[in-house]
Write a protein that binds this ligand. Sequence first.
Ligand code: PBG
Length: 334
Amino acid sequence: MTFPIVRHRRLRQTAAIRSLVRETVLTVDDLIQPIFVTYGTGVKNEITSMPGIYNLSLDMLEAEVKEIVDLGIKAVLLFGIPETKDSVGSSAFAEDGIVQEATRRIKAMYPDLLVVADTCLCEFTDHGHCGMVHTFERDGHIHGEVLNDESLELLVKTAVSQAKAGADIIAPSNMMDGFVQAIRAGLDEAGFQNVPIMSYSVKYSSAFYGPFRDAADSAPQFGDRKAYQMDSANVREALREAETDVLEGADMLMVKPALAYMDVIRIIKDQFDLPLVAYNVSGEYSMVKAAAMQGWIDEKAIVMEMLTGMKRAGADIIITYFSKDVARWLKESK
Ligand code: PBG
């Protein structure tokens, strides 16, 4: 008898045979590119902690969106930085709000590009929380409680105004209880029965959102988000969150962040049959960029390995700030 009996390397000998037996393939159809829109004119400010990602004013959107469409990317996720913030985030649901205006412009230029609207209040509130806050003083400190049911009303208004502006998909990221049910009912009532909800079902309270909060100027002014976003130590709780969203009518589920939560992506994929989104968040982007800029890692290889890993873990769709880069690399390799 010869040794070894089993030779795994037979199927690894050449690029051709490796591609023949490859189990997971990342394609441009899987990707969603986030965009940050801001007020003013002629603004194209690179976000310091996110090299290659910009705050763009409405007049600067066209070039960016054209590049995205030309690369074959099918969807963008919009975040807005408004000129004025207040305690209830009024500009989140204003008819002429920044996200609503951006949506109208993009849909007018590129009707086939899917516009996904992030539905949250934290970019629009002066306190930086994702809902309406009740503040009170105790022991000489300001405390705040994010009010669940009162916030839902504002979030429904936000989602409906986004749909009215032409958003193709509503993506609520606020983590209030009952948000999918409330937004579904609100959309239906306003005649948007066919607008799907991509729910940020499993959203952890995470330090990986740091660079995003610089970009969107949305860091909470007091406290943190631990009373509404999930504890990173929990996975059974993720099942409860996802189950609730399914019952409430979500069309897609999401796990966020991605890299430190691959086990969560896998278990949600195994337990539920809705399309699953993984959000490769800002901090995950910044870490790769920083190391790449030092010349310490091979950026392209690292990014492809990370995103392929997310797909292998079970993601059907990936929201990533690397979408344009990946689309370009995939094109080049053809
Ligand atoms: C809004 C929202 C956040 C992100 C997406 N939607 C910020 C937060 O919850 O603090 C983070 C995205 C990222 O880090 O890339 N609630």
